[in-house]
Write a protein that binds this ligand. Structure first.
Ligand code: SF4
Length: 453
């Protein structure tokens, strides 16, 4: 080097080894918001839909409707640091601060749009925002907030609201004789009623061939994403949780063009398998610990996973509620509504027979035991949220079962999905330091008991 030459800047190594195939999936969803807004400007109706585990998404798409997902939009608000004014607006309209962060964001968004901005999109809304809804599709699945918050939204907008249901049960009720038939009939009726409602509202008939085609595509997307999940069991873990969270909406909501997302997930599967073959990790540091994240992530602070990756913490699996299960073979079911009912129901009830065999009444506990064994986890990162009792209430039971049956310890960090003000990344890092010794200790305990990790 000559005396006058400037030394080249050493680039800091990225802590997480992002999958290249994640970016187009993330872009697909972001572009979908932009496209939907443009369609709305051209006079086409927009539907605001809650995560409904696919009962409603496919009929809406088959009817040619443009859909946005406020729960997903709330994650974008949080990740881009734009959530606070929307949370404050919800609080100022009298909604409690301990309510679901997704609900608070959407209510705040609606309040600002309708009460402060004359029906126009708030100017600080990322990606151009969500257009005013012509229909609100709520869901009774999982929690009371999901049932009530879309009812609250309907008071801001002159829009009809429909709510889809799903039987929610514990293991022993859910495995009673004849219960499956009953549930399938119930769900098939739910879907048929919803379609009749859509036909009346839109004054047009369902395109049944299109619905069949979408169910087939949905099955192929879920088969592919399920295979990605299986490939992730490899050591070192080839795909970090942040890549999963960034790429999940096209499989979780079927956001965007499903033909495109199928191809992109196939690309992701190929990339993950290639990494497995080459023993390439999801982090750019040696994998010292394999962590499972339960349950909903702090969308506002995903960067803090970089600090943990630098310590060799690889988050190999996460958020069971955002993963689909392996689809059933439904080729012998001729009624598309029943097919969709069985497709949807499978997510909730596939684990019930094993939970019954193991005598575990909470099926989520059984699911996490399988995950922890399959992924050879060293530790659980528990993220309880005062604002989401539904996802938090099982965490203690999961902790006890993981500890008692598999000697896997848990780290507890309270926080929030959207509200950054109640999450302290520094505190997490301090706790992480001590937790490493706990994970080391239980590794020797597991070995002494004959477990193979
Ligand atoms: S399950 Fe939790 S995060 Fe999801 S809508 Fe209900 S309260 Fe919100």
């Amino acid at each position: 080097m000559s005396e006058t030459a400037t030394p080249a800047k050493t680039e800091k190594k990225r802590a997480i080894n992002r999958l290249k195939s994640m970016y187009p999936l993330r872009n697909l969803v972001q572009q979908d918001y932009v496209n939907t807004l443009q369609a709305s400007n051209e006079g086409k109706p927009t539907v605001w839909s809650m995560l409904n585990y696919w009962e409603g998404d496919l009929p809406l798409k088959a009817m040619g409707l443009n859909i946005v997902y406020p729960e997903n939009y709330a994650t974008l608000l949080a990740a881009s640091g734009a959530a606070e004014p929307f949370l404050d607006a919800s609080d100022s309209d009298g909604f409690p601060t301990h309510m679901c962060g997704y609900g608070r964001s959407t209510i705040g968004y609606s309040y600002r749009m309708m009460k402060e901005n004359n029906g126009k999109i708030p100017p600080d809304a990322p990606l151009g925002g969500m257009a005013k809804p012509a229909l609100l599709l709520g869901s009774g699945i999982i929690c009371d907030a999901r049932f009530k918050w879309f009812q609250a939204l309907a008071r801001y907008f002159d829009a009809p609201e429909w709510c889809l249901e799903m039987p929610m049960m514990a293991t022993f009720e859910g495995t009673e004789p004849d219960i499956e038939d009953y549930q399938v009939k119930f769900l098939t009726r739910e879907i048929k009623d919803f379609i009749e409602f859509l036909e009346k509202l839109l004054k047009k008939k369902m395109d049944w061939a299109k619905l069949e085609e979408l169910i087939d595509l949905a099955t192929r997307i879920h088969e592919t994403t399920w295979q990605i999940g299986e490939a992730r069991k490899a050591i070192p873990g080839p795909m970090h949780s942040t890549d999963f969270w960034s790429s999940m909406p096209p499989a979780l909501f079927f956001a965007g063009d499903m033909n495109v997302s199928l191809k992109l997930y196939q690309d992701m599967l190929a990339e993950v398998r290639e990494r497995v073959k080459n023993k390439e990790s999801g982090i750019n540091f040696p994998e010292r610990y394999r962590l499972i994240f339960a349950e909903l992530p702090p969308w506002h602070s995903l960067k803090f996973f970089d600090n943990l990756a630098e310590k060799g913490w690889n988050f190999v699996f996460e958020s069971f509620g955002y993963h689909n299960t392996r689809p059933l073979d439904l080729s012998k079911v001729s009624d598309p509504c029943e097919k969709l009912a069985r497709f949807s129901r499978n997510f909730w009830f596939n684990v019930f027979p094993d939970a019954k065999k193991d005598g575990i009444s909470n099926p989520v506990v059984e699911t996490y035991l399988k995950i922890a064994r399959g992924f050879k986890a060293d530790g659980f990162f528990m993220h309880p949220l005062i604002s989401c009792r539904a996802a938090s209430c099982s965490l203690r039971t999961i902790q006890h079962f993981e500890q008692d049956k598999l000697d896997i310890p848990s780290l507890w960090v309270e926080g929030d999905i959207i509200d950054k003000r109640v999450f302290n990344p520094q505190e997490v890092l301090a706790k992480a330091e001590a937790f490493e010794q706990t994970m080391d200790h239980y590794r020797t305990v597991r070995k002494s008991k004959g477990l193979d990790w």
